[in-house]
Design a protein around this ligand. Structure first.
Ligand code: M6R
Length: 368
């Protein structure tokens, strides 16, 4: 079933371009995002005044990425919360709150219980799910399926990029309904989205160099990950992957937070992955991240930068640079996450660990 791949995870990473393409299929019509499953919910989606995204683990990081895009495009406040935290803090929920759950399996008990809680409190609920007919979408007022195909490896990979794709489509669907983006802006963002599968193919072509890096680093005891804006959840996801697969202590930080504490962790030889935002987005943000790189380098960090092609500013300070193709800044997470997935998988493999079935973990967490 692995189709010649050494693990399901390797196969599923290779399937990421298809996961995105299949999630987009039939949902772009004449330059606008149209999600047919939501056609009965126009009134509901026009009337909401707040969105709360709930999810666990990797799905929650997809939610964090999606929140930037939905707020920007649909001009609606979006908060993201871990399902198990949401449910136990007496959150403010009104009939105009939309609670969007994200779950690959659709069976995660923490998320299911949070969806039921939100429904009982009067919220409208929408499920973004990869498993047709699973419990969470059945419990929800609406469902948008990701079409990543079955994900077998415990570590979520192709479902993650499909979840971000579905959230972006949903953001553009809302922007159309609510009139917050012009037709040209909607079409331009959809063009970016449609280009992602091809760009993912190109990112995958550089996997060998990332694999080699992972093999060189198989004795590493701790790795830090830095990102800013949409790169921040990618840093968190890179750290989660390394923890769960390679059993290495890993932390993700918002780059701007460095000087508020984490920089004290930097010592000679400490590997730090940095997700570098495109200088074509916010030049200021790019400069700030490059200066973060200089700060940690000056303290001996080994800098592993993930930066777009042609970004020369990182070269003098980075020990390794993994290149990703140019994309509009909001779309970079879809590309930048791949090297981090490959890195964690290859490092785990180099340590002789079971990549598909890490210790102590289950694919679907059906207990609270
Ligand atoms: O099935 P779900 O998307 O609800 O699962 C949520 C998390 O348990 C899951 O993403 C977990 O964090 C993965 N093992 C991460 O690779």
């Amino acid at each position: 079933e692995k189709g010649g791949w050494p693990s399901f995870m390797a196969k599923e990473i290779a399937e990421e371009p298809d996961a995105v393409a299949n999630t987009l299929r039939g949902r772009i019509q004449d330059g606008a995002a149209v999600i047919p499953e939501l056609s009965d919910l126009d009134e509901l989606l026009t009337g909401i005044d707040r969105i709360t995204i709930i999810a666990c683990g990797t799905a929650s990081y997809a939610g964090q990425v999606g929140a930037y895009a939905i707020e920007k495009w649909a001009r609606i406040p979006v908060e993201v919360e871990l399902s198990h935290e949401f449910r136990y803090r007496d959150p403010v929920i009104t009939p105009s709150t939309l609670v969007v759950s994200i779950s690959q399996s659709g069976e995660t008990m923490d998320t299911l219980m949070a969806v039921k809680y939100a429904k009982d409190a009067g919220a409208k609920t929408l499920s973004i799910c990869n498993t047709q007919g699973a419990t969470i979408p059945r419990e929800s007022d609406g469902a948008v399926y990701t079409h990543a195909g079955p994900e077998v490896a415990v570590a979520s990979t192709k479902a993650f990029v499909a979840q971000i794709t579905a959230l972006y489509l949903f953001g553009l669907h809302l922007a159309r309904l609510r009139g917050t983006l012009t037709s040209a802006q909607q079409a331009a963002n959809l063009d970016e989205l449609a280009d992602i599968p091809g760009k993912l193919e190109r990112v995958l072509e550089s996997s060998d160099s990332v694999a080699q890096l992972a093999r060189w680093m198989s004795d590493t005891r701790a790795v830090l990950f830095l990102g800013r804006h949409v790169g921040f959840p990618i840093a968190l996801e890179g750290a989660l992957k390394l923890k769960e697969l390679a059993y290495i202590h890993a932390e993700g930080f918002a780059a701007g937070e460095l000087k508020h504490g984490p920089i004290a962790l930097i010592e000679a030889g400490q590997p730090v992955f940095v997700v570098v935002p495109s200088p074509r987005g916010s030049d200021e943000m790019h400069k700030k991240v490059v200066s973060n790189i200089q700060e940690i380098r000056a303290r001996g960090a080994r800098v592993l930068a993930i930066a777009e092609e042609g970004d020369a500013a990182v070269l003098p300070f980075a020990d390794e640079v993994v290149r990703i193709p140019l994309a509009a800044p909001l779309f970079e997470p879809l590309l930048a996450v791949i090297p981090l997935q490959v890195f964690a998988m290859e490092l785990a493999a180099a340590k002789g660990l079971d990549v598909d079935q890490p210790r102590n973990l289950a694919k679907s967490v059906t207990v609270e």
